[in-house]
Design a protein around this ligand. Structure first.
Ligand SMILES: C[S@@+](CC[C@H](N)C(=O)[O-])C[C@H]1O[C@@H](n2cnc3c(N)ncnc32)[C@H](O)[C@@H]1O
Length: 209
């Protein structure tokens, strides 16, 4: 079974079974995505690559941004369309093949930057059509930070900003623990130590001017 077939099968109710608290997780990812790296202009267009069921759309629309979601799974795009209707633009296409018709302000790619087979070529394409920043997440225990930074530089990105992220995806945590994890995200050396065992990096890569 291909990756896309796997996600076609998972598409119905995707967020509900892949996230312990889908709305909270998407809202928190949105906050971190916006806060990491350069400020995002009001009314910006956000392109979400490998968007899945477009669970990032609601918090972005609520903040006044325009949303374009692209995914290789037709079933994921259908799931997103059922929920969001014409409030967003949804495109069924592989992210390694897709190029928007014009530049976008922000490109995001969450839990998915590793799917394109030629990572540097993928990053280079994103740099060419993204004005403000490209934001993605990665697990440093699987994808060493130095390799990611090397590939971003090879693709021409001018600046790289990293932000730890500790909110668990699949486990719901009580408010006091959530607050402690958010605090930990702001404690540089301690957060880097914690990332050896838990958590992910959010990476904002700034394209050349
Ligand atoms: C782990 S899910 C993440 C979905 C969403 N970004 C999120 O964070 O909830 C990965 C998504 O990547 C999509 N995908 C995998 N390979 C792809 C490719 N080459 N082009 C486009 N989408 C792809 C899958 O269909 C799936 O929806």
């Amino acid at each position: 079974m291909s990756i896309i077939e796997k996600f076609d099968r998972l598409a119905r109710g995707y967020s509900a079974h892949d996230y312990a608290d889908p709305a909270r997780y998407a809202a928190r990812r949105t906050d971190v995505m916006l806060a990491t790296g350069p400020a995002v202009p009001d009314g910006a267009t956000v392109l979400d690559l490998a968007c899945g069921d477009a669970n990032m759309a609601e918090p972005l629309l609520a903040r006044g941004y325009r949303y374009i979601g692209v995914d290789g799974s037709g079933e994921m795009i259908a799931e997103a369309g059922r929920r969001l209707g014409d409030r967003v633009t949804l495109i069924h296409e592989l992210i390694d093949r897709y190029t928007p018709s014009g530049p976008v302000d922000v490109t995001v790619c969450l839990r998915a930057f590793y799917y394109p087979s030629d990572r540097v070529a993928f990053f280079r394409d994103v740099a060419a059509y993204t004005r403000c920043k490209f934001v993605f997440d990665f697990d440093p225990r699987v994808y060493p930070r130095a390799e990611i930074e090397r590939d971003l530089r090879a693709a021409g990105f001018a600046e790289i900003v990293l932000q730890p992220f500790f909110l668990p995806q699949r486990v719901s945590v009580p408010a006091p623990l959530r607050a402690a994890l958010t605090l930990l995200e702001r404690c540089g050396p301690l957060a880097r130590l914690a990332l050896r065992v838990r958590g992910i990096w959010f990476c904002a890569a700034v394209p050349p001017r």
